[in-house]
Design a protein around this ligand. Structure first.
Ligand code: SR1
Ligand code: MG
Length: 433
């Protein structure tokens, strides 16, 4: 299917399923029925488990196995049908999943079927995997997380970039994903724009967070920082991004990590995906004080979150460097200009200069992503689940300060360890609300 055919998603025959009607659908598809172990709808169980902002998600279990059905709705689920949203995001998600699976199959659920008419994707039911965000809220730690995510990021980003892909393929892919306009528009508005003016859907913990939330509107440095990041988001087509890589898009066990939900995929700046992950680790870090009665334990969990962000970046940079040496076959930094002339040093300097731009971008995007989750429309459960509003507002105010710091001073941090130091010092701040 080509880009222009993305518009064929949905149409007159589209229908949104429910937990009953989805059973007849899946058992009516030969391959899926075989996986479930029955073609009889009455022999399967289905439940709707979607807790995201946009889609329906069904778990369907039969006597022989289970599948997940993710179906796009023609509107934003979080808001309702007053906010229509094209179904073609399922097409872009499927295309992104196919490309990620070609690079890192073990980090994704197995892909079973794309149905453009019903704007749905059927995939493996991951078990006993659970959503990472929920586990971080509970203070759990995952030994392999940073390694898995750092390698996933390096491989998906490098291998979709002009460092690796033949230029004709990259340009064709950029053209295809350029059609994911509605999803990019959500990010352009909700992440970079609305937190900085009186947008109708903005929300925050009131009245405790009124001061810092309203201050953003007259904070020229923060507003310009956000616009500078939006400029990068809109213009830097470096690699095929996941586009919404937060801790709710990651499923884990103690030994495994899977990345789901790339419906916001497009060609954008590499730092955007990395920054999204770092932002969510820092949001979890600042939320730690909202939970539990054992402050020592929560300090340890917090330190683990900072270490995870540190390792994530280190693994990404090391893996990217390996790919630079072994798989640099695109138009950028041609070997003819460097290694073939005996100039390995030039190639290495180029690599480090490039990684510095990715790091600075990741820091700025992390800042923008933190701010939007605290004062914009869509928040994170890490903060929302803190029951006491005063305690929650304290955590949010510290996270907001960190987000602003990253946004405004993004080029001044020497390395990822510098960010951990800032986070620790902000965590000691009191009386911010
Ligand atoms: C209206 S959609 C709000 C948010 O949910 C998604 O997960 C994205 O992060 C989006 O910005
Ligand atoms: Mg999602």
């Amino acid at each position: 299917m080509r880009a222009s055919e993305g518009s064929l998603v949905g149409g007159h025959d589209y229908r949104a399923f429910d937990a009953e009607s989805v059973k007849a659908y899946v058992t009516g598809v030969k391959d899926i029925a075989a996986r479930l172990g029955t073609a009889r709808a009455e022999e399967v169980k289905a439940r709707e488990v979607g807790d995201g902002n946009l889609n329906l998600v069904f778990v369907v279990e039969g006597p022989g196995g289970a599948v997940v059905v993710k179906q796009a709705l023609p509107y934003v689920r979080l808001v309702g049908d007053s906010w229509p949203l094209p179904l073609d995001r399922a097409f872009f998600e499927w295309n992104a999943l196919e490309r990620q699976a070609a690079v890192q199959p073990k980090r994704l659920p197995q892909l079973l079927r794309f149905d453009p008419v019903n704007a749905l994707i059927v995939m493996e039911y991951l078990s006993p995997h659970v959503i990472l965000r929920k586990e971080l809220i509970s203070g759990r730690r995952f030994k392999h997380l940073a390694e898995h995510l750092g390698v996933f990021l390096a491989e998906t980003l490098f291998r979709s970039s002009d460092f690796h892909l033949p230029t004709a393929r990259k340009k064709a892919d950029m053209a295809l994903f350029a059609g994911n306009v509605s999803m990019c528009a959500i990010t352009e508005n909700l992440v970079f724009t609305e937190p900085y003016f009186d947008a109708p859907l903005n929300r925050w913990t009131r009245p405790q967070l009124d001061g810092p939330a309203l201050a953003l509107r007259t904070d020229r440095a923060a507003k310009i920082g956000a616009q500078e990041m939006l400029y990068r988001f809109a213009t830097k087509s470096e690699a095929l991004l996941h586009g919404d890589l937060h801790t709710g898009s990651i499923m884990v066990t103690s030994t495994d990590t899977r990345i789901i939900d790339p419906e916001f995929a497009f060609y954008g700046p590499m730092g955007f995906d990395i920054g999204a992950l770092i932002a969510n680790l820092y949001l979890a870090y600042f939320a730690q004080e909202g939970y539990g009665d054992d402050p020592e334990e929560r300090i340890h969990s917090g330190e683990w979150l900072l270490e995870t962000a540190e390792s994530l970046w280190s693994v990404f940079a090391e893996s990217f460097a390996r790919l630079w040496r072994e798989e640099r076959s695109g138009i950028l930094y041609s070997r003819a200009v460097f290694e073939d002339l005996g100039d390995e040093t030039g190639s290495t300097v180029g690599l480090h200069r490039f990684l510095k731009t990715v790091f600075d971008d990741a820091v700025g995007f992390a800042g923008a992503k933190m701010v939007r989750r605290l004062v914009g429309l869509a928040h994170v459960a890490d903060m929302d689940a803190i029951a006491d509003p005063d305690r929650r507002a304290g955590c949010e105010a510290r996270a907001l300060l960190m987000g602003r710091e990253l946004l405004v001073n993004r080029t001044t941090f020497g390395d990822i360890y510098g960010l951990s130091c800032i986070a620790r010092s902000i965590r000691r701040e009191r009386n911010l609300t």
